[in-house]
Write a protein of this length. Sequence first.
Length: 225
Amino acid sequence: MFLRAVDRGLVVSCQARPGEPLDEPHFMAVLARTAVLGGARAIRAEGVEDVAAIRAAVDVPVLGLWKDGEAGVYITPTLRHALAVAEAGADVVALDGTARPRPDGRTLEATVAALHTAGVAVMADVSTFAEGTAAIEAGADLVSTTLSGYTAASPRLDGPDLRLVADLAAAHPGFPVIAEGRYHTPRQAALALEAGARAVVVGGAITRPLDLTARFAAALAPKDD
């Protein structure tokens, strides 16, 4: 269902940082509804409360995750987190698919297997080609380039890692590779599809008005002589 819905389309990530005015499930649900009206084929949402609120507000698939912590493996770090996200209504659960050790000591393969036993589809967020290949071998249903640029093993780029998308798509034909991470413009999103992505996830460029406003304000701020 998820792949049919998002095929060659846009997934909008509706997330707010802790402490921001929009950091409430109701506001994220309204944001998700707005994104769907604009053409989003699915919504990526963080936290069980936001996932539940968004699931009740939209009729497109919800890709859920749970961030716990700020360093290391913090995107849906354990099986317990993943099961809770699925219980909240996520159609697919996104989790850290890197080579780093998981807090509960489970391997990625064991985590994916347990989720499949529970009837839960899994997207592995990876940062490198080797991690993407390992996640596919571990049984992940989808692989996303979300973490490229955010781990020590991956390159620091101003824009998206289109090379990683292209390499994974070429090496694993037919497997759904999802492009995510620093997609700032519609052109970049289109290039991801050309590189072989099955869909593109866009977040801050659409759903973070605080950041967008700050960029404009900074550009208009008086410059020191």
